[in-house]
Design a protein around this ligand. Sequence first.
Ligand code: ZN
Ligand code: ZN
Length: 333
Amino acid sequence: MPTLFLATLYEYSPLFYISVVFVCFVVTSGFVLGWFRLDVPIILRNSDETDSISLICKKQMRQVKNPFGLEIKNPDAASITSGITVTPDCLENSVLTFYWGCNVQKLQEILLHHVYCFLIKTPAALENALCKEYLHREQRFIQKQRKEDIFIQLPPGCHIEDFGLVPRARYPLVAFLTLSEEEDRESYDIVSMLTVVHIPDRSYRLSCRIIYQYLLTAQGQFFDLKQLFMSANDSLSQSIDKSFTQDCTADKDILEKFGLTEDEVQEETNKDCVVCQNGTVNWVLLPCRHVCLCDGCLKYFQHCPICRQFVQESFQLYSLSSPLNYDVCPKES
Ligand SMILES: [Zn+2]
Ligand SMILES: [Zn+2]
């Protein structure tokens, strides 16, 4: 039909025909290039265009003070036979309970227990919920704000040299940190932390590392603590030790953990935006967890400038309206 119309038109007046085709071309180009402020087809749109920001969902955040910290000291030296050294770093007096050979399925049940049955906020609560599904247990008292190394080892009488081939039924080591004083449990949102540690043995030699770190809250939720990847210089990213937890329950909130003092932040906040090289990095891109954009540059990116991953959500590290030290927990080292 259009062909017939065009043919008739050409026969009638070639000049008029050319003008009609030209006008159609201009109108189409206009649509394509968005001259008429109409929506430009997505395949022709620059993915990093300014107006694309509306597509990135900005996640609502809540800063939460985390009283617990646990690191593995010298992971290369750790093994099932030679033991492991860990360094707890807690803001309050705490109790650290180690479970060797903890049942994997039981641990997942415990997390659900915390959500649906009773809060796992004391060593006794965990002990009850575990139903003896572990091989060996030991407990230490942790003095607040004192980073002391703790060496633990399976007793020689256990005769355990490995935990079998993967997939395994038992985690080599689970460390459970909980606040020792009742009044502290009332003042923190986070009541306990479960750290799952892999330790190399005969059948699985992957080096020693923390596999999961779950934060359990007084509201009956649990969050998987994750590290952020800062584009700022090394000293900052090491000292800042910023982590956030991924949503494990249906709650929209994400918890953030700050392990530094206000002075440290202000001193070391660097202008390390990977785009303008001038702004302070302030936006966490999800799901890749890169922190590489400042407030001004965020709106130009729908893909992470470091890994090119599509940004599904983002959240602000420091809000300009609330001061940096608002919920930052003090740490003495
Ligand atoms: Zn910037
Ligand atoms: Zn990224």
